[in-house]
Design a binder for this molecule. Structure first.
Ligand code: IVH
Length: 674
């Protein structure tokens, strides 16, 4: 094993990243800024590129490992993986445990029960060999499963190395892999945009992700794992209760199932627990399809054993089904906060899964086409992980069928509706003046990345917007103290703080202001690039499509959106009134592209510079047309290495990329800025 200080540093980096991952994914308590995490991860990858022989299976980089072959190998389970008996009513649940108590020859009240949400994913068995994850398998038929180690390793809530030393010689953790509702919604949104396969529910999405071949794809899907028990175990711990096993697994680095409870001597309590969970279900971040009740004592579990495929000591009380059929009465188009028009199904009201449903999302026009849907049809609706139910299929066509047509003008502001080439979404072109987009536009404008109006937060914007004090971003500058002071929870002092932060934000940069306008597809970086290129707002306002296409990294969609934005007089009037209110930035003369000596070049800064902060050096390089990147590759033009430059310098040297020290850097840029 290498014993250099660099190798120690590498291991410390691994320990640090593992600790951050655990705090973030398992404890839900992030302990580091994203940027710092990204930097550390990049350093890790850089070191590993230089020392491939140091990399072990426990490095966080190995979460996305080699591709598996296209047929998953079979794995035999040492201990059979059981399923659960279901109960569909309180009575069935009672009688399940009354029978268990009878078999144990004790009074039912003497049982101590433990309840866990039944996570709606797929069962997975994880094998740890002396603390290191060695392989993972699906349940399969309970006796033989499939080897899914390649995708399982990408799940950040699964430790690659167990936390608490000394590790048990052998440990098999069993639990559920699932896709949180938010990740599922995002996945399907993307699928609809790309016209690819839409998953029916989070469980299918999780199973599909785990069983496919590409770990890189799996890593992007936000899967999670929560354990619910042990399989094979060889270690020093003696457990007497199921709840102790779960506590031990949490110590080893696994996530806890939220909302677990112990019920001693009272059946009535778990009836109440079921009602509470059925109501809380929609607000949980993951889909659950019932509650599992288990006898906590392991001695009692062993005494009871199992029948066929399920234990006699645990039962799943399932929530009622969540699919049903109703009629599509009409389709309305809702304008979202970013201008996207979403078709919404208006349904004949129906009671599904405990609530009355009268609306369902249809995602977009491609989805309507895929479903072959018309107004008047009978449709199957589903309450999946999402709180908003959706239409899954046409059950039978209506006798009177009306086609669903996207309106050509915005239902809120009447501006034309357009669709960019290749995109699924239709958007309102009302820009800064569409009321549906107003509050979001203002939030974007005032946000930390842009105008950074610190005391004008999302809540306050929404209240001011709903009261009519804010319509567009220009209204920020006409706000009066009394508009704010009279609101609930606000006073004169907080009103003054808001006005002060508005005043302080007026000194800005051109790129920041341009990004703040929220032109579609013009993000923080894009806005900076455009600003650096044109140097003043008038030049940007009057830039043609062809001129914008000359800007490095700016494509046709962005160029079109910028031209359209400034062609709209209403937008120009808003921008002009903001400038009249005193928003300003340092004036710079436009530098034609020929005078951007570093245009097309990529520079990397590493280590500490003694004459200026790194941000300043970055701004200087950008003003000369260079792009400043965070990592070194063959395409890097030059690396500036300050004091204590580390792995990036080493990488530049190994790739033969040009390196300048601080003096050399100052000499080169000095010539250009004079
Ligand atoms: S205990 C021997 N606990 O439900 C008992 N299962 O329908 C093993 N499931 O195959 C299961 N959440 O995949 C248990 N908190 C939980 C669960 C849970 C989800 C799944 C598991 C099992 C299936 C049975």
């Amino acid at each position: 094993m290498p014993s250099t200080a660099f190798y120690n540093e590498y291991n410390q980096l691994i320990a640090q990243i593992n600790q951050w991952d655990h705090a973030y994914y398992v404890l839900d308590n992030p302990s580091v800024a994203d940027a710092e995490y990204d930097l550390a991860f990049r350093q890790l990858l850089e070191i590993e590129a230089e020392h491939p022989d140091w990399v072990t299976a426990a490095s966080p980089s190995q979460r996305v490992g080699a591709k598996a072959s296209n047929k998953l190998p079979k794995i035999e389970h040492a201990v059979k993986m059981l399923s659960l008996a279901n109960a569909f009513s309180l009575e069935e649940t009672y009688s399940f445990f009354e029978k268990a108590a009878k078999d144990l020859d004790i009074a039912p009240e003497a049982l101590v029960l433990f309840s866990e949400p039944k996570l709606d994913g797929l069962a997975i068995s994880l094998h740890y060999d002396h603390g290191l994850l060695s392989y993972a398998a699906t349940r399969g038929d309970g006796l033989v499963g499939e080897d899914v180690t390649h995708t399982i390793k990408t799940i950040k809530t699964i430790p690659l190395k167990l936390h608490s030393p000394p590790p048990p010689a052998q440990l098999e953790v069993r639990g559920e892999v699932f896709m949180p509702k938010a990740a599922f919604a995002k996945l399907n949104q993307l699928a609809v945009q790309n016209a690819s396969k839409v998953f029916v529910n989070p469980r299918n999405a999780a199973a599909g992700t785990i069983k496919q071949m590409n770990p890189k794809l799996a890593a992007t899907r936000g899967l999670q794992f929560i354990p619910y028990g042990l399989g094979a175990y060889q270690g020093a711990h003696e457990f007497s209760k199921h709840s102790e096993i779960l506590a031990y697994l949490h110590q080893l680095g696994f996530r806890k199932n939220p909302h677990c409870y112990t019920f001693a001597g009272s059946f009535a309590e778990f009836s109440h627990n079921y009602q509470v969970m059925a109501e809380a279900r929609d607000s949980l971040p993951m889909q659950i399809d019932g509650i599992v009740y288990k006898i906590d004592s392991l001695a009692q579990q062993n005494a009871l054993g199992f029948i066929a495929r399920s234990p006699k000591w645990a039962v799943a009380r399932k929530f009622p089904a969540q699919n049903d059929t109703t009629q599509l009465l009409a389709v309305d188009f809702q304008v979202g906060r970013t201008g996207v028009l979403t078709p919404v199904a208006r349904l004949e009201p129906i009671f599904v899964g405990g609530v009355t449903v009268s609306n369902a999302t249809l995602h977009n026009m491609d989805e309507i086409e895929r479903l072959g849907l018309c107004i008047g049809d009978s449709v199957e609706i589903q309450r999946a992980g999402d709180v908003i139910p959706k239409v899954v299929k046409v059950v039978s066509q209506g006798t009177l069928r009306t086609p669903i047509i996207m309106p050509d003008s915005c239902p809120v502001c009447a501006a034309p509706v357009e669709r960019n080439d290749g995109q699924a979404a239709f958007r309102c072109t009302g820009g800064l003046t569409c009321a549906a987009q107003g509050a979001e536009r203002i939030r974007h404008y005032a946000g930390r990345k842009f105008m950074n109006i610190t005391n004008l937060g999302t809540k306050l914007i929404e209240v001011l917007y709903s009261k009519g004090s804010l319509h567009t971003i220009a209204d920020i500058y006409t706000l009066k103290a009394e508009d704010i002071a009279n609101l609930e929870g606000q006073g004169e002092k907080s009103a003054q703080n808001v006005l002060d932060s508005i005043a302080a934000s007026k000194a800005t940069k051109l790129g920041t202001f341009l990004g703040a306008l929220g032109i579609h597809e013009v993000g923080e970086e894009g806005a900076k690039t455009i600003a650096n290129y044109f140097k003043n707002l008038d030049a940007i306002k009057s830039a043609s499509f062809d001129e914008l296409m000359q800007v490095p990294d700016i494509g046709p969609v962005t160029a079109t959106n910028v031209v359209n934005f400034f062609n709209d007089n209403k937008n120009v009037a808003i921008v002009d009134s903001i400038l009249a209110a005193g928003v300003h930035w340092p004036h710079e003369e436009a530098k034609p592209p020929g005078q951007q000596p570093f245009a097309g070049q990529t520079w990397v800064l590493t280590g500490t510079l003694s004459t200026m902060p790194r941000e300043q050096a970055k701004a200087l390089l950008e003003s000369l047309g260079a792009k400043v990147a965070g990592s070194v590759s063959k395409k890097t033009t030059c690396v500036v290495a300050g004091l204590e430059a580390g792995s990036k310098l080493a990488k530049a040297e190994s790739l033969g990329v040009k390196v300048l020290d601080e003096e050399g850097f100052l000499a080169v840029v000095g010539q250009e800025v004079q």
